[in-house]
Design a protein around this ligand. Structure first.
Ligand code: CP
Length: 324
């Protein structure tokens, strides 16, 4: 079966197909009965070894809206705390007949290991692995960008050609940044990452983006600015400027937002550190899409599960969706 491990797995046409399918799924969410029978009888396991609010809940909502059976597994409170390995956990899920395993893990590469191990037959979806990747976050961000910068209807079949997206902050620890750089580049956007020199990953020169250390220079040229969470739990104190220095140079406040072009947007994957990378004034402004991104995440995850498990061609997908 196909898996979704990295944003780099997706061609431009595959990514656009997921975005288009998510638009169809969003229409289902607007109906009085928000359910499709498409994955009836299939089992989706949410296997979360790291904390999550948005990703876990939205995968659960997405699977349920497609009528799949959902099993939620959290490492806390499971036999993982007794030392059970990923392999034995996976074999247990396989015995329960999992058709898809959505995995979040602290170790970069854990979803790839699961997908290539032969321990399970189902499809594997990476819901965030260490500092490596978070491909469905990048897809929901691309979906939000396309809706806001191109339009929901006008965007169908289209990519983000020429749109300018700036990703700001703790790039070193950010799987969201890596997946977004890869996917947005595939979709034709021009991406700039801005970070303190100590929070830029080694090898960034091989990423398909520009690197800047000057947020104020880049802001007036940005159609969208994506603020990253400062990941204190992964931080070595030596990497980090003082909190005051960080917010002064790399935080987004109302005055800085005022330098962005009129229709540009502010994005944040959540959870936010209000007062650190983003002020409450910006987070609560009309230009901030953080809550919209969460809602769009359900549509994207429905599209991903549908395309990976449903196995239908796009035309069948759309006509079936319209008929049901
Ligand atoms: N954006 C994101 O992945 O949030 P959670 O950690 O709450 O899932």
């Amino acid at each position: 079966p196909g898996h979704l491990i990295s944003a780099a797995d997706l061609s431009r046409d595959e990514a656009v197909l997921i975005l288009d399918t998510a638009e169809e799924m969003a229409r289902v969410a607007d109906r009085p009965i928000k359910k499709l029978p498409t994955l009836r009888g299939r089992t989706v396991v949410n296997l979360f070894f790291e904390d999550s609010t948005r990703t876990r809940i939205s995968f659960e909502a997405a699977a349920k809206r497609l009528s799949a059976d959902v099993i939620n597994f959290s490492a806390k409170g499971s036999s993982v705390s007794k030392g059970e390995s990923l392999k034995d956990t996976a074999l247990t899920l396989e015995a329960m007949g999992a058709d898809a395993v959505v995995i979040r893990h602290g170790a970069s590469g854990a979803p790839y290991r699961l997908a290539t191990s032969g321990w399970i037959d189902g499809v594997v979806v990476n819901a965030g692995d260490g500092t490596h990747e978070h491909p469905t976050q990048a897809l929901l961000d691309a979906f939000t960008l396309r809706r806001r910068l191109v339009g929901a209807d006008a965007g169908i079949g289209r990519d983000l050609d020429g749109r300018r997206v700036t990703i700001v902050g703790d790039v070193l620890h950010s799987r969201v940044a890596r997946s977004n750089v890869l996917l947005l580049h595939t979709l034709g956007a021009h991406v700039t990452v801005v970070a303190p020199p100590t929070l830029v990953p080694i090898g960034v020169e091989r990423w398909p983006c520009e690197v800047s250390y000057d947020l104020d220079r880049v802001l007036p040229e940005s159609d969208a600015v994506m603020m990253l969470r400062v990941q204190r739990e992964r931080m070595n104190a030596a990497f980090f400027p003082t909190e005051r220095e960080y917010s002064r140079r790399y935080g987004l406040n109302g005055e800085r937002m005022g330098r962005m072009p009129g229709k540009s947007i502010v994005m944040h994957p959540g959870p936010m550190n209000r007062g650190m990378e983003i002020t409450a004034e910006v987070a609560d402004s009309d230009r901030c899409t953080a809550v919209e991104q969460v809602a769009n995440g359900v549509s994207i995850r429905m599209a991903v599960l549908y395309l990976l498990l449903g196995g239908n061609e796009p035309a069948v997908t759309h006509s079936r969706l319209n008929a049901e």
